[in-house]
Design a binder for this molecule. Sequence first.
Ligand code: SF4
Length: 219
Amino acid sequence: MNGPVRDQVRLTEIFLSLQGESTSVGLPTVFVRLTGCPLRCRYCDTAYAFHGGTVTAVSEVLSTVSDFSVTHVTVTGGEPLAQPGVMPLLTQLCDAGFAVSLETSGALDVAAVDPRVRKIVDIKTPGSGEVARNLWSNFEHLNAQDEIKFVICDRQDYDWARLKCDELNLWSRGREILFSPSAGELDPATLAHWMLEDRVPARLQLQLHKILWGDEPGR
Ligand code: SF4
């Protein structure tokens, strides 16, 4: 295909599902999964998106998304911000009237993301194996609708996450903070118990799509 690199993305898949995470959980959502990620989180469940994919025009992605006739679109990965074409993709999805969210590792700069996009930004914990990749300056570029997600692997991660929220003053900024137990590693009920015991003002996030469909790709 022709055209500048910013008008195209390397794409793993586009599919319709229910949003499994964030405050939009349960809503019918089209997922645009871009290929590639510079991180290697120990618990990653989308390693199939690290390689391969198909170079696809942004206009073609928009057309495919439109065919599903739903309002909500999530651009995810891999790490979508690793591709320059993600910025025009996000903007054109917003221009087309979709409610757009972006799932990102928190390791790449979010400053240039269209402000209409709701960013779901991870903070990588020690248990992820990628804690050194957190780009702390990203917190200067979050808007009121953006959400912050911790995947918690164990008690050490839980204590670390609470400390980080204190240090970064995240509780008082009025944003949604999501604590998600690492699937197969931390019992959700155990995490719920800790959060209640400590009166943590975060939201316990279970991955609805995994409850419904397990690890099936494209769900
Ligand atoms: S940032 Fe996401 S896609 Fe990349 S390795 Fe970590 S969990 Fe997997």
